[in-house]
Design a protein around this ligand. Structure first.
Ligand SMILES: *[C@@H]1O[C@H](CO)[C@@H](O)[C@H](O)[C@H]1NC(C)=O
Ligand SMILES: *[C@@H]1O[C@H](CO)[C@@H](O)[C@H](O)[C@H]1NC(C)=O
Ligand SMILES: *[C@@H]1O[C@H](CO)[C@@H](O)[C@H](O)[C@H]1NC(C)=O
Ligand SMILES: *[C@@H]1O[C@H](CO)[C@@H](O)[C@H](O)[C@H]1NC(C)=O
Ligand SMILES: *[C@@H]1O[C@H](CO)[C@@H](O)[C@H](O)[C@H]1NC(C)=O
Ligand SMILES: *[C@@H]1O[C@H](CO)[C@@H](O)[C@H](O)[C@H]1NC(C)=O
Ligand SMILES: *[C@@H]1O[C@H](CO)[C@@H](O)[C@H](O)[C@H]1NC(C)=O
Ligand SMILES: *[C@@H]1O[C@H](CO)[C@@H](O)[C@H](O)[C@H]1NC(C)=O
Ligand SMILES: *[C@@H]1O[C@H](CO)[C@@H](O)[C@H](O)[C@H]1NC(C)=O
Ligand SMILES: *[C@@H]1O[C@H](CO)[C@@H](O)[C@H](O)[C@H]1NC(C)=O
Ligand SMILES: *[C@@H]1O[C@H](CO)[C@@H](O)[C@H](O)[C@H]1NC(C)=O
Length: 816
């Protein structure tokens, strides 16, 4: 079976078995979304509590569609092509609390079908072609949310029985066809309770009958893009007169067209509505004399998003606590207009075009100032502009072009706890001690602020600092090793992407509370500093994207005890067999390591994605063993060989000479009659007796004697071979006690034997000069055997035997 048939089998099988739904939580939560199913798969257990069956093909809902799911709470039947719903359709899923029927082209809705669902809390009937809110849901007394957006409903009149629905809190009527609201349409709304959110956005509203909302209490009213014209907006807002609402959301949606009103009088109606929080989603481009805040002066929260406002005038807000001006294109941070608003606590001014900040004066309650994402360039920060805000705790100036910090710039701002300058170019902070009076500062973010830290006292005095983020800056020299010395409360330190090459063992010596340390994207090769016992609280440590090739085992063993997240990925790890300890540690500690699949070997191939966790340690162990075995073998071999060479050096030399000497046997002409092998102790006898008798006798016999005939300058061995053995016809061996003891004599004798073994000629004549024990003759290779097999001459002082000796010797030499 090949791969394709196997995979086809695997894919086909579950569909055949009806297992096409995804189990999200075993026995409780299943998703069958988009499977084109026309029935509920039998595999779904009866214990299911949440079932997403959207985007399937059910068409006709009747009792038999759902098995008995006693515990089913949430059922999503969105876009299932449902056309008919019978009375008993939900009989088997009675305990539902949430039902989605969005996007079904329902033609027939049996009158009692929803009434079985006594426990229903949330009913979503979006985009099902509904024309009226008069639904048969009188048994759904626990209903909290009814979402009937995107239908054709023309009247917001709720069925009268709903006034008893005590928990009802959301009526979403967005994108319907409501054009008129009359007093008797809101009767139920008025009775239903004070905790209601009403969404009327995107209806083509023309007219609200004055008084329709009188006495109505809402938590939230959303009328974004609800009116068809400026005129209807003006009339409609007047029609909301008497409404009491906590949050009022008005204006337009983002994708609506821009408006250019010449007058803002249509906002006057807001003055007759009682609201606490105004959320104005603005599309209008205002000219300088228009005042959008005129009717918002009693609000506590005002949010304006979008639109074009160039300047704002003075607004006598007298209860406001929070003001948000977001994406409004204001040129200036309007400190002057806001000064003296003594109730304001929070001011958020982001994504505008402001380049300048006006002074904030007399704002005793202002605690939170967020000016991020503007075009602000400040010459001297910060007391200059914030002198009237003694309670300020939060200041966010991130994502602006440039800010200069001055000496004493934070005097009077001691209550600051959170300061954020990230991605804003900061001048001054790297060279001077500017923050020393911020005793309450807990959080400082100066990431990517183009700062080069030159002065080790930059953070002097920040005795409460817990979080310091300074990624993407740089340090001059070894400033980084002293900069953090006194930050004893620090828990979180981010110095990623700061070009740090080395960190001293003592750099973090006082950071005993440090729990998160981020050193990502630097050039560190070593993490020795982590063994500092003061870092024992550390739980997360990131050194990914550095230059670490290895970490010694003794350092790994001393890592902080509670370290639970250690990111070592994307370092050029050395995966050679000398690093098996380190690699083994990585393999065994994947629980602690973050993204262990990205810890890659760089030694195997610089471009490969070979994972350290896939490295085969056994291979190294095997290799190690093999190398040790080979080494031992070599050493033993060399030792044995040396012993052998030493022991048999003589024979080796002899073999060598043999090989060399007989390369061309027999070609030499003999220049001597006999070569005499003797011990130098016997020289006297050889000179006086042997030479005398043989050379001076008749016929004279030419002897080769080493002390006389060997050529000077030639090695002894060569002389023995060339002159002695090869240059003589016969060899005379003078055996004595000294002969036996002399290595040279033995050597010569053996050489001589070998010549005559090769030439098969018994031309060795042995003279026994003195008696030698038989045991001793065995010491000389072949001598003993030679003496036994061949006749030898024995020297004697007795004159008679002496004469016989010389005759026999002469005969032996002359014989061919
Ligand atoms: C959905 O299933 C029906 C039969 O139940 C089939 O006719 C139709 O082609 C299927 N649609 C898709 C998109 O698979
Ligand atoms: C509804 O669920 C409750 C438990 O939450 C259970 O006691 C009750 O029997 C269920 N009712 C029905 C009709 O299934
Ligand atoms: C609605 O509730 C009433 C009484 O509470 C009951 O008689 C009636 O059968 C219920 N309707 C449905 C469709 O269950
Ligand atoms: C919306 O209501 C008007 C009457 O107020 C009606 O003429 C129009 O056809 C309705 N539009 C839709 C799409 O139902
Ligand atoms: C509301 O009043 C109008 C007349 O002013 C009447 O035609 C309509 O039936 C009333 N609607 C309800 C729900 O009472
Ligand atoms: C008001 O409704 C919200 C849900 O919309 C609910 O969380 C809150 O508890 C309700 N408050 C009261 C007082 O009923
Ligand atoms: C508005 O309603 C709240 C309670 O929801 C109430 O405390 C307040 O007094 C009301 N304001 C007016 C002006 O009716
Ligand atoms: C603000 O509230 C005061 C009463 O506190 C009221 O007189 C004034 O009309 C209100 N102004 C607006 C614009 O709602
Ligand atoms: C400051 O504003 C930026 C941009 O919205 C945001 O990401 C950052 O979290 C804010 N700083 C603080 C400390 O809340
Ligand atoms: C740390 O504090 C000590 C004592 O307060 C002080 O002498 C030293 O200069 C400080 N060092 C740094 C780098 O702030
Ligand atoms: C490690 O964590 C445990 C519990 O989270 C804590 O009790 C212990 O003090 C910590 N140890 C160190 C050395 O911080």
């Amino acid at each position: 079976m090949n791969f394709f048939t196997i995979s086809a089998f695997i894919i086909y099988f579950p569909i055949g078995a009806g297992q096409s739904c995804t189990e999200i939580i075993e026995n409780l939560h299943y998703s069958c979304m988009g499977r084109n199913l026309s029935y509920i798969p039998s595999r779904i257990p009866s214990s299911v509590q949440t079932l997403d069956f959207s985007f399937n093909d059910l068409k006709w809902l009747k009792k038999t569609v759902f098995p008995v799911f006693t515990f089913l709470r949430v059922l999503d039947l969105s876009r299932c092509h449902i056309r008919q719903i019978e009375n008993d359709a939900f009989y088997n899923v009675k305990n539902l609390t949430t039902l989605f029927l969005t996007g079904n082209p329902i033609i027939y809705f049996a009158p009692g079908c929803l009434n079985t669902l006594y426990n229903l809390q949330r009913l979503v009937l979006v985009d099902i072609g509904l024309e009226s809110l008069q639904l048969n849901i009188n048994n759904l007394t626990k209903l909290q949310e009814l979402n009937v957006g995107t239908n054709y409903i023309q009247s917001m009149t709720l069925p009268p029985f709903m006034s008893t629905f005590k928990d009802f809190s959301l009526l979403d009527l967005h994108a319907n066809n409501i054009s008129i609201i009359r007093t008797n349409h809101t009767v139920v709304l008025r009775e239903i309770g004070k905790n209601m959110t009403l969404i009327l956005s995107r209806n083509p509203l023309l007219h609200i009958e004055p008084g329709s909302f009188k006495g109505v209490h809402l938590v939230e009213l959303d009328i974004r893009s609800t009116f068809v014209s400026f005129a209807s907006k003006k009339q409609g807002l007047n029609g909301l007169h008497g409404l009491n609402v906590t949050r009022l959301m008005f204006g337009m949606y983002k994708d609506d067209p821009k408006l250019y009103p010449s007058d803002l009088d249509y906002f006057d109606g807001l003055c007759s509505i009682h609201f606490y929080e105004a959320y104005y989603y603005m599309k209008e481009r205002l000219d300088w004399k228009m005042n959008i805040f005129r009717c918002m002066i009693n609000a506590t929260v005002v949010v304006v998003k979008g639109g074009v406002i160039r300047v704002i005038g003075y607004v006598p807000f007298h209860k406001i606590k929070e003001l948000y001006l977001i994406n409004t294109q204001l040129y200036t941070v309007p400190g002057k207009q806001l000064s003296h608003i003594r109730t304001l606590e929070k001011f958020v001014f982001t994504h505008n075009s402001a380049t300048q900040v006006e002074k904030f004066l007399d704002m005793p309650k202002l605690q939170y100032v967020d000016l991020n994402s503007n075009q602000i360039t400040l010459q001297s920060c910060c007391i200059d502009v914030l002198s009237g805000t003694p309670q300020i705790r939060y200041l966010n100036l991130s994502l602006n072009p440039q800010i200069s910090l001055d000496k004493g710039g934070f005097e009077g701002l001691e209550s600051l706890e959170i300061l954020d300058f990230h991605h804003t170019k900061l001048l001054g902070i790297g060279s001077f001690t500017l923050l020393s009076n911020l005793k309450n500062l807990r959080y400082l973010d100066i990431s990517y602020s183009s700062v080069t830290f030159v002065n080790v006292y930059c953070f002097y005095g920040l005795s409460s600092l817990k979080v310091l983020k300074m990624a993407g800056n740089s340090f001059q020299g070894d400033v980084a090793n002293y900069l953090f010395n006194n930050l004893t409360f620090l828990e979180h330190l981010d110095i990623s992407y700061c070009h740090v090459i080395e960190i001293h063992l003592t750099s973090f010596k006082n950071l005993q509370r440090l729990r998160h340390l981020n050193l990502r994207g630097n050039n560190l090769m070593s993490i020795d500093f982590l063994t500092d016992p003061n870092l024992k609280q550390l739980t997360t440590f990131y050194v990914n994207k550095n230059s670490i090739t290895t970490i010694p085992l003794d350092i790994l063993q001393k890592l902080p005890m509670n370290l639970s997240e250690f990111d070592l990925s994307f370092n050029p790890i050395d995966c050679s067999c000398s690093q098996t300890d380190f690699m083994l540690w990585i393999i065994n500690n994947q629980r602690v390591l973050k993204q262990p699949e990205n810890i890659l070997c760089k030694t195997i191939s610089p471009n490969s994605d070979f994972r350290v966790t896939d490295f085969d340690i056994d291979h190294c162990v095997y290799k190690k063993k093999l190398i040790i075995a080979l080494l031992v073998f070599c050493v033993v071999f060399i030792v044995v060989l040396s012993i052998l060479v030493y022991r048999f050096q003589f024979y080796l030399r002899y073999c060598w000479i043999l090989l060399r000497g007989y390369r061309s046997p027999g070609q030499q002409e003999c220049s001597y009659d006999a070569f005499v092998i003797f011990s130098s102790y016997d020289e006297a006898w050889v000179m006086n007796e042997l030479m005398e008798n043989l050379e001076n006798g008749v016929p004279p016999i030419q002897l080769c004697l080493h002390m006389r005939d060997f050529q000077a300058g030639k090695s002894i061995a060569s002389n023995i071979i060339d002159e002695g053995i090869m240059g003589s016809r016969k060899i005379i061996v003078v055996v004595s006690q000294h002969f036996i003891d002399s290595a040279w004599c033995r050597f010569e004798f053996e050489l001589a034997q070998s010549r005559f073994v090769v030439e098969r000629n018994a031309n060795i004549i042995i003279i026994i000069l003195e008696d030698v024990a038989e045991r001793k003759t065995k010491k000389v290779l072949g001598l003993h055997k030679h003496l036994k097999k061949n006749t030898y001459l024995k020297w004697s002082r007795d004159p008679l035997s002496n004469m016989r000796f010389w005759i026999r010797l002469r005969k032996a030499i002359v014989a061919t």
